[in-house]
Design a protein around this ligand. Structure first.
Ligand SMILES: *[C@@H]1O[C@H](CO)[C@@H](O)[C@H](O)[C@H]1NC(C)=O
Length: 365
């Protein structure tokens, strides 16, 4: 079962409506035109980077990965790079494939290291995208494999093996994942690079007035796949805790519905498949967190892997189920304050450029 389906797809579908202008650039319309930011470094010849969503469904499935695609895009542009988004949809013709190879060749000829960050290997379907990636690697590209799945939902060893002889580095969104890499994969350089506050993820939801007391807690997504460690369905367990205060939704279709939902229900609940504690082994859903915090949610979450929780200390309010009603009670009394604090801390800590800088990647590129 892929992690991707964990990420509240409904929510992201609408994100697509709004951000398609940002991601749907097409191979040849790569953008080095992002607005200048204080971090942007003036470089005569920008470094070339490609962010490649290898999902076999192309752009129509791209939304699942938007939090990380947009985060990496913003981080690399702020670094001064010339970033191109690649997917099946804009790599369909020979002309486009050859243009990619030519650009990689030209970049190497200039004495630069062309960067390709590829994700969704597991859903590539055909071998062809991987063989083009291999050609890029042979031409001198520096290939990063963005590991976007959860170690406990697929054969991780198999997944990482897709990287064999291809990847210079592996980036991941969770410490629970990184700490569970098979021994043989630890020799490949890895980095913690979770999705963050990318400007394109922010739909402009406003924070509630100070002192606003809300009655509901919302859950966005599908309950069906979520169970506790014994296999018991989670919905009745949370229903027992919250009763009618719990509002669940998984069918939001427009950007307006989306902002409406977050405005009406600023307190959002995050739960896990195979939910367990304590300590928890759950892979923190960083993709989903990026969506929620970029839209100013006050987030209450079941417990996650300790090192993952540490990263979100003071941002996400973690609670075991036996304590979660109390935490909700506390946060819902002044939801505006909870929203404001979470948003500001998330935005500051998980600024795309800072995430990549902290990872140490700019020291090697
Ligand atoms: C930016 O990238 C595109 C696509 O790879 C390439 O065609 C273009 O020449 C690059 N621009 C510069 C200034 O290198």
């Amino acid at each position: 079962m892929q992690m991707a389906s964990n990420y509240v797809l409904v929510l992201l579908v609408h994100a697509l409506v709004r951000i398609s202008a940002a991601v749907n650039l097409g191979y040849l319309s790569s953008a080095s035109t992002a607005a200048p930011t204080p971090d942007k470094r003036p470089t005569a010849t920008p470094k070339n980077a490609w962010i490649w969503n290898m999902h076999a469904k192309g752009d129509t499935k791209k939304f699942m990965y938007d939090p990380v695609i947009l985060t990496l895009g913003e981080a690399l542009r702020d670094y001064g790079a010339n970033v191109t988004f690649v997917s099946k949809d804009n790599l369909e013709s020979d002309e486009h494939r050859n243009a990619l190879l030519d650009d990689v060749t030209a970049t190497v000829a200039r004495g630069q290291k062309p960067l390709i960050v590829a994700l969704a290997f597991f859903f590539t379907g055909a071998d062809e995208p991987l063989s083009i990636l291999r050609k890029c690697k042979d031409l001198g590209a520096f290939v990063v494999f963005y590991q976007s799945e959860a170690y406990d939902f697929l054969d991780f060893h198999e997944h990482l093996r897709m990287c064999d002889g291809l990847c210079d580095e592996i980036w991941d969104f969770s410490h629970a994942n990184l700490d569970n890499y098979p021994e043989s994969w630890r020799r490949v350089k890895n980095r913690y690079v979770p999705p963050g506050y990318a400007r394109a993820l922010d739909f402009g939801v406003s924070v509630a007035k100070q002192g606003t007391h809300v009655k509901n807690i919302a859950f966005l997504g599908q309950w069906g796949v979520r169970r506790d460690y014994r296999g018991a369905p989670l919905e009745p367990l949370y229903r027992e805790v919250f009763g009618t205060k719990l509002v669940s939704k998984n069918d939001i279709h427009t950007a307006e519905d989306f902002t409406g939902f977050f405005t009406e229900y600023p307190v959002q609940l995050v739960t896990y498949r195979n939910e367990n504690c304590c300590p928890s082994t759950n892979v923190l859903l960083a993709f989903r967190m990026a969506q929620l915090f970029s839209n100013r949610a006050c987030v209450i979450s079941a417990r996650a892997y300790p090192h993952d929780e540490e990263e979100f200390q003071g941002i996400v309010h973690f609670a075991e189920r036996s304590q979660i009603a109390k935490v909700f009670d506390e946060k819902s009394r002044d939801v505006g304050n909870c929203q404001k604090q979470g948003f500001e801390k998330f935005k500051a800590k998980f600024k795309p450029f800072s995430i990549l800088k902290r990872s140490g990647f700019f020291d090697v590129w």
